[in-house]
Design a protein around this ligand. Structure first.
Ligand code: FES
Length: 119
């Protein structure tokens, strides 16, 4: 997929027009601990060094639908209200990542100490 995406980009095809379909992927969910606020639910959770946002939220009773849990399907894409995202998925396009207003909560993390999600 990386080769196909790279070649399409080299031919000038806009990134938003390149369809991606991964079936599995290795994903590194490790990193520094941070805090996630589920704004609409009024819940704040800590996401540990080897934890994921989706799992931390589920333990606190905030359900997020997930399927692949490897950042390839897009089922868990969630709007981000505040905070800087460390994208680890293979689903969002470069433009979507740059916008910084949505993320895959099954695998992506925070670059800082806090993220606020529209959940
Ligand atoms: S559950 Fe598939 S990308 Fe998150």
């Amino acid at each position: 997929m990386d080769w196909v995406i790279g070649r399409a980009g080299a031919f000038g095809i806009d990134d938003a027009r390149i369809h991606r379909e991964f079936f599995s992927a290795d994903v590194d969910v490790s990193g520094e601990a941070f805090e996630v606020v589920a704004e609409r639910s009024g819940v704040t959770v800590s996401v540990g060094a080897e934890d994921t946002i989706a799992k931390a939220l589920a333990r606190a009773g905030v359900e997020v639908e997930v399927k692949c849990e490897e950042g390839v399907c897009g089922t868990c894409v969630t709007d981000v209200l505040d905070g800087e995202i460390d994208h680890r998925d293979h689903f969002l396009t470069a433009d979507e990542r740059e916008d910084g207003d949505q993320m895959c909560v099954c695998c992506s993390r925070a670059r800082g100490k806090r993220l606020v999600l529209d959940l």
